[in-house]
Every structure is written in structure tokens, then in C-alpha cells.
Design a protein around this ligand. Structure first.
Ligand code: ARG
Length: 458
């Protein structure tokens, strides 16, 4: 037998350079397990439908199960001279069970086989990714819970804006990751489609039952169009898009933490386990893990573009170009898994420098919006209140004065509605406690959110 699944039609052989250029075994060997599992379901169906002999079907199933055992035990070794993993499994099966192996490719083509394998790979890893997102969320919620009384400055334009609970910002991260889970869940629905049985592109004259295979492999649906089945790669593009968004989220979280760990901010310390030093400056402790999560996340949008460009010019149905979906997909899937696990561990190694942070939330300017709301509650329009507080803040800045030190008569000059009680608004504790709206940083609401997440993520 030729070592190619298509050798007999040819008299010549592929040049060495062509082999090197076209072979995918070095990266698609990751599909070995899924190729066997799909092969088992396919062979069983062929046997059940009487398309191949029952005893051939059981020999194939037995042979493939032996390969599954090897893959799971880590003893499976692909032969680098096989064109791809599908070829390799076929050859190994033939060596192991002999002639019955030749029946396996009945009513199947590598075109429907490869996409089915990739779908199984994706579904398996989507489960991993969801679990890792859970673990990261749990780690962040734990950190929020542990530091639930710490008030920090929050920023817009990276300029001090208002004070919030640290836990409030942490739960913002948890919300971002929850949306990521939704995107992966959504992509999983379109991934869970059985494409096996579409054959090369047109289906088959043999009386297969694709529903049997769909059920055996645990897919939610059977692809309804054989041409679409072998040419669709939307599902993996969606997954990579979702990964790119998750990567962007992780990068933003890292950016916040990198800013907080600078000696200028000095809000947090990160455990030595996640930092490295400088070869020249002995005093340095650099947040390399955070920087590399931020840096690595740049690969995902690159990979997403690669996949979109790969697919955009292809006519239906299968084209060999599509082989190149795998390096991009595998890279993204496995890298985001590492990054999620890394971030979950890292959140356990952050300590907040409470005294430093407490000293940074004292500026009265954090509370100007609270003063504005005070005037609105007394009947002033928002625009007038903004002007009033604006004039007051400007004069205080110009004269180097604090609002808390202004005598009541001075306050009255800005607005007759200002009473001495306005000065009670000028502390971080009052500022957060006085927030009323749902979703705000009010400690009672934040506590309720922490508890709700703890319950939900159990
Ligand atoms: N290795 C190919 C891929 O990854 C699958 C083989 C399909 N090849 C073919 N000539 N139809 O897409």
C-alpha cells in the first residue's frame, strides 16, 4: 500500500520539498485522539447499517481503541513520514488489524473527517476554557472578599476621578470574564455540529445514518448541507474571536495591576513567584508575568486576522489552504488556557498596601460629584450645580485652600443652598456609602454582589 491515502493514481512521487511544505503531521497530531473517537463512531455506524461486515467494524473499533489507550498513556508516537494524522492513524490501524482497516474510510473523506476532528478538539477545549474562566473568577472574587473594606482611587483618562471599593473594581473584572463565558458558550453551540458523513462534499450513495454518529459523538446537531459541512470554519473563527476578546480583557487587568505595582502608585505588592529581577539594577522587581500576559494577548487579534484572511477568498468547498486553520487555532486555544491558569494563580499572590492606598483617597477633589449631587437634591439643576462647584474648586485650587476649611459664609457665597453639613461629604467612606444606584460602589451593594458571585461560582 502507498503511504499516501491517494497514491495509486500517481506514477511519480511528491518531491522532498513538496512533502516538507505540505505535510501537517507536525501540528495536526494533536487531533489523534479525536480522529480515533470519530473513526470508532463511524465504523460502528457502518456496521450497524450493514454497510461493512459487523466483524470488520468490531475489529476497527478494537484497533482504534488500542490507539486511544496509547494516546491517553502518552506512548502514541506519530510517524513524521505520514502526510497528516488521518493518514497516520489509518496506517497504524492497518498494521494492527490488517485488511478490515481498509473498510474504515467507507463513506468518509478526509474533508469531513478533519473538520469533525477539529470540532471535537474545540468542544473539549471550550470546556477547559470555561472551567479556567471559573477558576479565575473565583480567585478574583476571593481577593475582593479578603480586601472588602479597602477604598481606592478610580480613574478616567488615568486621572484621579472618584473613590470606589477595591472589590468593586475586582467585580468589574469578574463581569468581563462572565461575558467571555457567554461568548464561548455561544460559539460552542455552533461548534457542536456533526459534519462527519458529508464525505468529500456531496454526501454518499451508501445508506449511512448520520444521526447515529451525531449521537455517538455527542454533537447537538447534524450538519444539514454536505458542502457547507466540509467548507465551514466559522466556528473556529468565532472561538478565536472570543479568545481575542478574553485576551484583551486579561491584558487590561494586567495593565491596571502593572500601574498599581509601580513605585509611583505603590498600591499593591506581587509575590516573588510572579516577578523577576534586573541583570543590572539590583533594586528592581519587575512584574514580568503581568507584562507577558499583556504582551502575549497581542497574538490573538493577529491570529484572528490570519484566519479571516485565510478563509475570505476560498471558493466552496474544501481547499488545502484550510489546513492552515490549525496552527492558528491550536496556538490561541492553548495559549489562552495557560494565561487564564496563570492569572488565577497570580491573584492569590497580590497584597494590598492598605496604608498607602488609604493616604491616596484623601483629596477632596474625589468628592466634588458628591457635592454636586447634594445641590441637586436641594433643587438646583445639574448644570448650575456643576458651575457652582466648578467655581468653588477653582478658587480653592488658586488660593491653596481646602473645601473643608472654608467658613460657612464663604460657602454661602457660592450658593445659598450650601450648609455646613456639606463638609461631611468629604471623606472616602461617606462617598462610597452615599452611593445609591444599583450597580454602584455602595458597600452594601458590593457585598451583595460578592456573595452572589460566591454562590454562583461554587
Ligand atoms: N491535512 C488536511 C487539513 O488539515 C486534511 C486533508 C484533506 N486533504 C485533502 N487532500 N482533501 O486540512
Amino acid at each position: 500500500m502507498s503511504t499516501k491515502l491517494w497514491g495509486s493514481r500517481f506514477t511519480g512521487t511528491l518531491s522532498k520539498l513538496s512533502e516538507k511544505f505540505t505535510y501537517s503531521i507536525s501540528y495536526d497530531s494533536k487531533l489523534a485522539l479525536y480522529d480515533c473517537i470519530a473513526g470508532i463512531a463511524h465504523a460502528e455506524m457502518l456496521g450497524e447499517r450493514g454497510i461493512i461486515h459487523k466483524k470488520d467494524a468490531s475489529a476497527i473499533v478494537k484497533g482504534l481503541n488500542k490507539l486511544v489507550d496509547e494516546i491517553e498513556a502518552g506512548t502514541f508516537k506519530y510517524d513524521p513520514s505520514s502526510e497528516d494524522i488521518h493518514t497516520d492513524i489509518q496506517i497504524k490501524l492497518k498494521k494492527s488489524i490488517g485488511k478490515p482497516a481498509d473498510c474504515l474510510h467507507t463513506a468518509r473523506s478526509r474533508n469531513d473527517q478533519v473538520v469533525t476532528d477539529v470540532r471535537l478538539y474545540c468542544l473539549n477545549h471550550l470546556e477547559n476554557i470555561q472551567a479556567l474562566l471559573d477558576v479565575l473568577q473565583i480567585s478574583i472574587v476571593k481577593f475582593a472578599d479578603k480586601n472588602d473594606d479597602i477604598i481606592i482611587p478610580a480613574y478616567t483618562h488615568l486621572q484621579s476621578a472618584q473613590v470606589v471599593l477595591l472589590a468593586h473594581q475586582m467585580l468589574a473584572y469578574v463581569e468581563m470574564l462572565e461575558r467571555d463565558k457567554g461568548r464561548f458558550e455561544d460559539a460552542a453551540r455552533r461548534t457542536s455540529v456533526n459534519t462527519l458523513g458529508a464525505c468529500a462534499l456531496a454526501g454518499t450513495t451508501l445508506l449511512t445514518d448520520r444521526e447515529i454518529v451525531t449521537k455517538k459523538l455527542g454533537f447537538a446537531k447534524t450538519a444539514a448541507n454536505s458542502m457547507d459541512a466540509v467548507s465551514d470554519r466559522d466556528f473556529l473563527i468565532e472561538i478565536v474571536a472570543a479568545i481575542a476578546i478574553t485576551g484583551m480583557h486579561l491584558s487590561r487587568i494586567c495593565e491596571d495591576l502593572i500601574i498599581w505595582v509601580t513605585s509611583e502608585f505603590n498600591f499593591i505588592a506581587i509575590d516573588d513567584a510572579f516577578c523577576t529581577g534586573s541583570s543590572i539594577m539590583p533594586h528592581k522587581k519587575n512584574p514580568d508575568v503581568l507584562e507577558l500576559v499583556r504582551g502575549t494577548s497581542s497574538r490573538f487579534p493577529g491570529r484572528l486576522m490570519e484566519l479571516l484572511v485565510l478563509m475570505k477568498g476560498l471558493p466552496l468547498t474544501y481547499n488545502r489552504d484550510m489546513q492552515m486553520d490549525k496552527p492558528a487555532l491550536f496556538d490561541c486555544v492553548e495559549t489562552i488556557e495557560d494565561m487564564l491558569a496563570m492569572m488565577a494563580e497570580l491573584f492569590g499572590g497580590i497584597t494590598v498596601k492598605k496604608d498607602v492606598v488609604a493616604a491616596r483617597v484623601q483629596s477632596e477633589y474625589f468628592f466634588t460629584v458628591d457635592i454636586l449631587d447634594y445641590l441637586v437634591r436641594k433643587g438646583m439643576t445639574y448644570r448650575d450645580a456643576h458651575d457652582t462647584v466648578g467655581v468653588m474648586v477653582k478658587e480653592c485650587i488658586d488660593r491653596g485652600k481646602k473645601i473643608a476649611d472654608l467658613p460657612v459664609e464663604q460657602l454661602k457665597r457660592y450658593s445659598s443652598l450650601l450648609e455646613v453639613d456639606v463638609k461631611y461629604l468629604l471623606t472616602p467612606e461617606v462617598s462610597i456609602k452615599s452611593k445609591k444606584s444599583f450597580g454602584s460602589t455602595n458597600p452594601v451593594l458590593v457585598r451583595a454582589q460578592i456573595n452572589a458571585w460566591k454562590k454562583r461560582l461554587k
